[in-house]
Design a protein around this ligand. Structure first.
Ligand SMILES: Nc1ncnc2c1ncn2[C@@H]1O[C@H](COP(=O)(O)OP(=O)(O)OP(=O)(O)O)[C@@H](O)[C@H]1O
Ligand SMILES: CC(C)(CO)[C@@H](O)C(=O)NCCC(=O)O
Length: 330
């Protein structure tokens, strides 16, 4: 039965002639929430406590309504992949094969809620017996240092494809997928607004790696010398795009900036400390400028076009509540 949800037209898949064929099956939040009915998908008090301790504003009802079913779907993929690995090892009579992490990519605009979603999914995925160890890495650490961005006049291009050391990203993911122990990921500080020189996060053979960032579904132009270059997403077993109307993300970005002005920016070491003493209106104008000139441009030019590459699209409305879910048909 053809259903007109309005979402198909909206997800950048015009060439699929929406309404006729879409690679996605679209669910309303209510339909999606029913997927938890057939398994004991309730949160224990302990889990609710752990989610609260993340200090994210996410509502526990929203976790039960939407994210539990997402974690169940992901866990089914993890289990199927692990089983396939076992059977292949047996079939090939192979020895010394290394189990490699299941890699989940999370993409979407600046301030759409990627980090929050990633932290919640990390907590939820840990409760499944097949994946007790779930690590989370963000692509922020793979940005070039500010000194390099300044030298190349790219400070207003932070977050654009050219501001990341993509070779370093690919080397990191290759090492993860090769099952190497103690792989190091560089770290970024939102306090200093710069990468942390010589500081790393160690990723040691987790069951799942969540790799989160605005650029994770981007593709690169093929080099003219005919060499094959991998895309970041070649290393993903599953990818999620967090979506929301532009105007809402805009609002969330400015609200977060104004909230940080009352908290983190007050730290004298904060890159944004200078905006604590200016008037509220002037600070709001700074946030508006950063949104319009950098993050919105980047969303339109480089992030939104990657949405049709995701396996799962979570579309938010007011208050970050998920309104629609689009799942790629297998
Ligand atoms: N599910 C949610 N419920 C309520 N608030 C949320 C939710 N997700 C994110 N937020 C709020 O929205 C803002 C942006 O979220 P977050 O920092 O997770 O975004 P992000 O996509 O990781 O951004 P960036 O790319 O800048 O790191 C934050 O103020 C966060 O607290
Ligand atoms: C580090 C990124 C690119 C992504 O998280 C983003 O938070 C950022 O710094 N964007 C540049 C413009 C701004 O300061 O919002």
């Amino acid at each position: 039965m053809k259903r007109d949800t309005g979402f198909g037209e909206d997800i950048g898949l015009d060439h699929f002639r929406p309404g006729t064929y879409s690679p996605y099956r679209i669910f309303s939040a209510e339909e999606w929430s029913r997927f938890r009915a057939d398994t004991p998908l309730t949160l224990t008090a302990d889990e609710i406590g752990r989610l609260r301790s993340l200090n994210d504003p996410i509502d526990v009802d929203e976790v039960s309504r939407i994210y539990l079913a997402v974690s169940r779907l992901l866990s089914a993929h993890v289990e199927a992949t692990q089983l396939l690995f076992k059977q292949r090892t047996h079939f090939l009579n192979a020895q010394n094969t290394t189990k490699t992490p299941f890699v989940i990519g999370i993409a979407g605009s600046v301030a759409v809620g990627k980090s929050t979603t990633a932290r919640v999914l990390q907590e939820l995925l840990k409760r499944w017996p097949s994946s007790p160890k779930v690590d989370l890495v963000t692509t922020d650490g793979f940005l070039y240092p500010n000194a390099t961005l300044r030298r190349d006049s790219m400070m207003d291009r932070k977050g654009f494809p050219e501001s990341y050391d993509i070779g370093q990203v690919l080397r990191f993911l290759s090492a993860i997928k090769a099952g190497q122990p103690n792989v190091q990921a560089p770290l970024y500080s939102h306090l200093t607004y710069d990468v942390l020189p010589g500081e790393f996060q160690t990723v040691d053979r987790p069951d799942i790696l969540i790799f989160e960032g605005i650029n994770v579904l981007q593709v690169r132009a093929l080099p003219e010398d005919g060499k094959i270059v991998p895309f970041v997403s070649d290393f993903f077993d599953f990818s999620i795009y967090i979506d929301a109307p532009e105007e809402l993300i805009h609002k969330w970005y400015v609200e977060r900036f104004m909230r940080l002005r009352e908290t983190a920016f007050k730290n004298p070491e904060s890159f944004f400390n200078r905006y604590v003493t200016i008037s509220e209106d002037a600070a709001r104008a700074v946030a508006e400028g950063l949104w319009q000139n950098i993050n919105l441009k980047n969303l339109r030019e480089n992030i939104l076009p990657t949405r049709p590459r995701a396996d799962l699209i979570l579309k938010k409305g007011e208050n970050h509540l998920i309104e629609q879910v689009a799942l790629r048909k297998l």
